[in-house]
Write a protein of this length. Structure first.
Length: 127
């Protein structure tokens, strides 16, 4: 039994040595409660999400989604488990309006935009 434990320990030591101590994975996450607004550029399969004032996230959608934002449209995210949003899998989006039917929106990729990328978004497309 001790031999088996020692063998497993010897196999795991190189993996632990390669992991950088104290470094979190390079992921941009935000709490769903910090999500402050959204926009949908015309004729694009993308949403822009404003998070805590100055951060803009880009959510790429399945091809052909073509979300258009009208005055009575609401984007709803159903939270399953944690309220942290770190990837496209954490978004369960539905576009709904006062008198319309809900429409599921599938996000394929989510990333935080750099300051330069956010500045390049046309003013009418900003969230």
């Amino acid at each position: 039994m001790r031999f088996l434990f020692a063998a497993v320990l010897v196999l795991l030591l190189p993996v632990a040595a390669n992991a950088a101590p104290g470094q979190a994975p390079a992921r941009d996450c935000f709490l769903s409660s910090n999500w402050q607004g959204w926009s949908a550029p015309r004729d694009a399969d993308v949403l822009y999400l404003r998070v805590r004032g100055d951060s803009i996230f880009r959510a790429d959608l399945t091809p052909g989604t073509r979300v258009h934002r009208y005055g009575g449209d609401y984007l709803v995210n159903q939270i399953h488990g944690s309220s942290w949003i770190c990837s496209a899998l954490d978004l369960d989006l539905t576009l709904t309006s006062y008198g319309g039917f809900p429409r599921a929106i599938v996000v394929t990729n989510l990333r935080r935009l750099s300051a330069e990328e956010a500045a390049a978004i046309p003013r009418q497309d900003l969230p």
